[in-house]
Design a binder for this molecule. Structure first.
Ligand SMILES: C[S@@+](CC[C@H](N)C(=O)[O-])C[C@H]1O[C@@H](n2cnc3c(N)ncnc32)[C@H](O)[C@@H]1O
Length: 201
């Protein structure tokens, strides 16, 4: 197993307080998208410290937040408690969500989880998200980093729009695709919002 696919690799980063990806607050793009979505069941994969998990819960969504790093899940739990919302947290590998959570979620939120997982597992990632979404469910992803080549190493491992679309090329439609004006400055032009809708299993 690659070390990035272990909880300890990520836990060590949290313990060193070296989580350079952490926005220390909600993701502006998701915040602005919320008005377009009808509340339902949302799963945030590789949720980190959980600012978006709490945001969705505050807006009436039934939130499941998954991360295998104990520090991440502790942060989500304490933020949810402090804010007075319910977030169902799962401290486990996202790849263990299936089959238990098959056809469960209306939405999956992806932000820097895809690029954190070893690239050899990308098809497995595609199968996982398809499995846990309901038919008609949406994968709302910020696909990043588009300016890095895969052979430059990671995490984060680089990707391209073509790579991403090739993973979701069967049984999916594209609902939305744009370079968001609300990307944080260091990610402007380096991440793309693509919302994939699951059509069939
Ligand atoms: C780059 S961080 C992003 C965290 C969060 N999405 C954010 O944007 O702040 C990647 C996160 O995914 C988690 N992670 C990576 N691989 C995972 C896996 N296979 N199962 C569960 N969590 C995973 C890590 O523990 C880490 O919290």
């Amino acid at each position: 197993m690659n070390k990035v696919d272990t909880f300890q690799f990520w836990e060590d980063i949290y313990l060193k307080d070296d989580a350079g990806w952490d926005l220390n607050g909600v993701t502006p793009i998701f915040d602005s998208l919320l008005d377009e979505l009808n509340p339902g069941k949302v799963c945030i994969i590789g949720c980190g410290r959980g600012y978006d998990a709490v945001l969705f819960a505050q807006k009436g969504f039934e939130v499941t937040a998954v991360d295998f790093a104990p520090s991440a899940i502790n942060s989500v739990n304490s933020l949810a408690k402090k804010t007075g919302v319910i977030v169902h947290t799962i401290q486990d590998d996202i790849f263990s969500l299936t089959p238990e959570y098959a056809n469960t979620f209306d939405f999956i939120i992806e932000q820097t989880c895809f690029c954190a997982i070893h690239p050899t597992r990308r098809n497995e990632y595609g199968k996982l998200v398809k499995s846990i979404l309901k038919p008609g469910g949406k994968l709302i992803g910020l696909w990043f980093p588009l300016d890095k080549k895969i052979d430059e190493g990671g995490p984060p491992w680089g990707t391209t729009i073509e790579d991403v679309k090739s993973i979701f090329n069967s049984g999916w439609s594209i609902e939305k695709e744009e370079f968001p004006s609300l990307s944080i400055t260091p990610r402007k032009g380096r991440e793309k919002l693509i919302v994939f809708k699951k059509i069939i299993d």
